[in-house]
Ligand binder design. Structure first.
Ligand SMILES: NC(=O)C1=CN([C@@H]2O[C@H](COP(=O)(O)OP(=O)(O)OC[C@H]3O[C@@H](n4cnc5c(N)ncnc54)[C@H](OP(=O)(O)O)[C@@H]3O)[C@@H](O)[C@H]2O)C=CC1
Ligand SMILES: N[C@@H](CC=O)C(=O)O
Length: 363
């Protein structure tokens, strides 16, 4: 028998889910553009329209080169989050992002964020606050841009034992090292090119000193090993000490220099997480990861070795991951449930060890 839909059910379907966007830079600009351009498809996938109700920024007079209603922009992000069902946080950094996310939870809004720095520093506070408020916190875009990596770790591999996660998780440094290797460009010139392409963080120190990769490694280790690892617990070396001569020496030895993030679980249950440049043979699959691409290997007891590859930085690739989360969270709101956004309760000891890399450490 076909059930007749009541007028209330029908009108519910027309009620928009209100989206507040915090930040309209490289990622936020792409999110706003795709959200607007793909509105009809997104509404069909969610079951209700997604309505962008406001965009919180720092400078109202900035020329963003975007075709968006100027009335959407506001300097009052604190007020904006109180009139949204879902808040998308793409400001970055610790404050005011943390306070705004907590305020969104207090007002019953779910949050989608790309902010790895905040998650790696204070994730547990945010997960607990989302739990207490009964809302979602999703963050697929925080690690490896467009690559679906966190959801497979958290959900698809939940029945397996992950033993190692290893790879290239910072697009800027991979771009810089690749340019130095392939064109002989200098370090500064290559960093400036990465900034112009929207890959680098607002302060590129976070990229070149390895802080960004360390934050991502902390998130990966936490999800992979069901534990809590903070960015401060990750051994970290950036690429600022890697000279053109080092890159050439590696080349002469049939190797290439890459910034690697390595998360390992030891036999005794300890967890080691480290980020450092390493020379890898040109025949290794990671050696072929060029420009701002990322690649991550995951080893699990039953699954064996898995490889994830794709664009790890940039506006549209990162917006793809943000919108995927947005659709998932919006569907929960339509269906009245919550998804498995936060890492599960730790089941593995949280003690970490970090081993210093040898200059010729191989992947
Ligand atoms: N760029 C990338 O490739 C990727 C970035 N990410 C993450 O996404 C987030 C955003 O990065 P990205 O878009 O590159 O950063 P941008 O620096 O390009 O943009 C930041 C935005 O936040 C706004 N903003 C800054 N401070 C405030 C404030 N106090 N109140 C309100 N708005 C503010 C800025 O406003 P205004 O425009 O007015 O200055 C700007 O629109 C970060 O967490 C980053 O780590 C994740 C994956 C990839
Ligand atoms: N600055 C980051 C952006 C994405 O996370 C990077 O270069 O990977």
């Amino acid at each position: 028998m076909i059930k007749e839909q009541s007028p209330t059910m029908e009108s519910d379907k027309q009620t928009p889910i209100r989206i507040a966007l915090l930040g309209c830079g490289v990622v936020g600009g792409a999110v706003a553009t795709l959200l607007t351009a793909n509105a009809a498809d997104l509404a069909a996938r969610v079951g209700r329209p997604l309505q962008l109700v406001g965009i919180g920024v720092r400078r109202l007079d900035r020329d963003r080169g975007l075709d968006l209603d100027p009335a959407l922009f506001t300097l009052d992000s604190e007020e904006l989050v109180t009139r949204a069902d879902i808040v998308v946080e793409v400001i970055g950094g610790i404050e005011p992002a943390r306070s705004l996310i907590l305020r969104a939870f207090e007002h019953g809004a779910s949050v989608v964020t790309a902010n790895k720095a905040l998650l790696a520093e204070d994730g547990p506070t945010l997960y607990a606050a989302a739990d207490a408020a009964g809302v979602d916190l999703y963050y697929e875009a925080a690690v490896a841009g467009a690559i679906p990596l966190l959801r497979p770790l958290r959900e698809s591999l939940a029945g397996d034992d992950v033993t190692k996660v290893l790879g290239i998780v910072n697009g800027t440094t991979n771009y810089v090292l690749d340019k130095m290797d392939s064109t002989g460009a200098g370090f500064t010139e290559a960093v400036e090119a990465a900034q112009a392409l929207g890959y680098a963080e607002a302060d590129p120190t976070a990229d070149v000193e390895g802080f960004d990769a360390a934050a991502k490694a902390a998130i990966l280790a936490s999800l992979a090993f069901h534990t809590r690892v903070s960015a401060q617990q990750v051994y970290r070396e950036g690429i600022t000490e890697v000279s053109a001569a080092d890159v050439q020496a590696a080349k002469d030895m049939g190797c290439v220099v890459k910034l690697l993030a390595i998360c390992e679980r030891s036999e005794d249950g300890g967890v080691g997480v480290r980020v450092h440049p390493a020379m890898i043979p040109r025949t290794h699959p990671l050696a072929g990861v060029r420009e701002a691409f990322n690649a991550v290997f995951v080893e699990a007891d039953a699954a064996g070795e898995l490889m994830f590859y794709g664009r790890g930085a940039g506006g549209n690739p990162t917006a793809s991951a943000v919108l995927g989360d947005l659709v998932a969270v919006a569907r929960h709101r339509v269906g009245g449930g919550r998804g498995p956004g936060s890492p599960p309760t730790p089941t593995c000891p949280s003690s970490t060890w970090a081993t210093r890399a040898r200059a010729t450490s191989s992947a």
